[in-house]
Design a protein around this ligand. Structure first.
Ligand code: DGY
Length: 447
């Protein structure tokens, strides 16, 4: 469904952004393949009826996987002049070149959906068997390198790694990072209204960190010890936890016939231990006073007291107990009452709330999708329905933008955006053919 009469459809947007097996988030502003964008976009391809293309998106993302298991946040498949920092700034010597950090691994949860909801069973089985080992390695990498002390709380080394770049959560930890001392030219502010993007102050520190990783040869031990930014990021922890649970279910139940349990027994054992550690460790991040979870600055040893969507993402991971889930449910209702266009990335009552500046207040539909799933899983069906309606209202108000002003519904950031189109196709307004297929499935299950 599109709001504007002559605007491209959601499927048109995916085709427009398709550069040959991978989909750019939007032309110009983000001209490469991004990790969590690719995962969400794969759902759109499947919902548009092209399952093979959905799996191709996953395969192309995995072309960027490092030998240690990390799947980077950007895979530089081609050349482009419109993005900074490009491959020459990251300085990663491999082909295809990549960034040197990761992003929230929603990929495993998406693969579970592609596998469970795919109509072509032969394709689904073949593609799952081919890609699953790489994704298992990816999750093992996260726990091994980002939680070497076994706290149950993986950490991030860069605000970009959370995907929530300029969230108020990172203001404190970023203040401990020096500014880069070299000149550079940003491209984003020439393509998008600068009032919708992070400030130069933040970029100076983002780029310092990029250089820091390179200067330290991406050495896991050195980075854990010395990186000036080390944050236990509650959104990363939650999305990883849900993904790991989904991986285990895929291996043990959904695709048991592929004999994945035997093939990956040891890895599954280790992943289950990590799940147990997180279930316990995450409770250290709960704030009774604020009624949500918080991230933690692991260097300064302080909880980051900001109410953001990151803090309610544990719902998506099944991490809160019943009382905590109820408290978060009431928080969501109040949140939407104050800024009705999607759950705003930062709570509207925060003194740092800016409804159109990137992660300081706009709403993002893929996050709303995860929150709706989380609410549903915890029996918060009314809240889940409210989130879905508020997300539909964003698209009805403005079309397929990167994110939305959570107070007015105005579209912000990049236009013709892949993950917003994908969320519309898969979640908000699925094509009749897709819903008919799903309805048929449930009829078969009931009969
Ligand atoms: C950007 O460049 O804005 C991205 O969020 C970094 O991944």
């Amino acid at each position: 469904m599109t709001a504007m009469p002559d605007a491209p459809s959601a499927h048109d947007i995916l085709k427009l952004n398709d550069l040959g097996g991978y989909t750019v988030p939007t032309r110009g502003l983000y001209p490469f393949q991004w990790n969590w964008d690719a995962a969400i976009t794969a759902l759109g391809w499947m919902a548009a009826g092209d399952e093979a293309r959905a799996w191709r998106e996953v395969e192309r993302l995995l072309e960027g996987q490092w030998d240690n298991g990390m799947v980077p946040h950007i895979v530089f498949h081609g050349d482009a002049e419109t993005y900074f920092p490009g491959p020459e700034v990251w300085g990663v010597q491999r082909s295809p070149s990549t960034s040197a950090i990761s992003q929230p691994p929603v990929l495993a949860s998406v693969m579970k959906i592609l596998f469970e909801e795919g109509r072509d069973r032969t394709l689904a089985e073949q593609k799952l068997a081919a890609t699953l080992p790489a994704v298992i390695d990816y999750h093992l990498w996260f726990y091994r390198e980002r939680d070497p002390e076994g706290t149950g709380r993986v950490c991030s080394y860069h605000p970009w790694e959370s995907g929530m770049d300029n969230s108020p959560q990172w203001d404190g930890p970023l203040a401990g990072v020096p500014a880069v001392d070299a000149e550079y030219v940003r491209r984003d502010t020439g393509l998008v209204d600068p009032s919708e993007r992070p400030h130069k102050y933040e970029y100076d520190r983002y780029i310092y960190l990029v250089k820091f990783f390179q200067q330290n040869d991406h050495d896991a031990k050195v980075l854990y010890r010395d990186c000036p930014y080390r944050v236990e990021d509650i959104s990363l922890i939650s999305i990883l936890h849900r993904g790991t649970r989904d991986l285990v279910t895929l291996c043990e139940e959904d695709a048991a016939s592929l004999d994945l349990v035997n093939a990956h027994g040891e890895a599954l054992f280790s992943l289950k231990q990590s799940l147990a550690r997180t279930e316990e460790g995450v409770q250290a991040l709960w704030s009774e006073e604020l009624g949500c979870f918080l991230s933690r600055d692991a260097r300064a040893n302080v909880l980051l007291e900001h109410v953001t969507t990151a803090g309610i993402l544990p719902l998506f991971a099944g991490l809160p107990n019943d009382t905590q889930a109820k408290q978060m449910g009431s928080l969501v209702a109040d949140w939407l009452a104050q800024a009705p266009y999607g759950v705003a990335s930062t709570h509207p009552e925060s003194t740092r709330f800016e409804p159109k500046r990137y992660w300081r207040g706009p709403s993002w539909l893929h996050i709303n999708w995860m929150l709706a799933i989380g609410c549903e899983d915890h029996g918060l069906t009314q809240e889940a329905a409210q989130i879905k309606q508020a997300s539909k209202d964003c698209i009805a108000a403005a079309g397929y933008w990167e994110y939305f002003n959570s107070v007015t519904g105005e579209g912000c950031g990049g236009r013709d955006f892949s993950w917003t189109a994908a969320m519309d196709l898969y979640w908000l307004n699925p094509l009749d053919i897709f819903t008919a297929n799903k309805a048929q499935d449930s009829a078969v299950e009931v009969s």
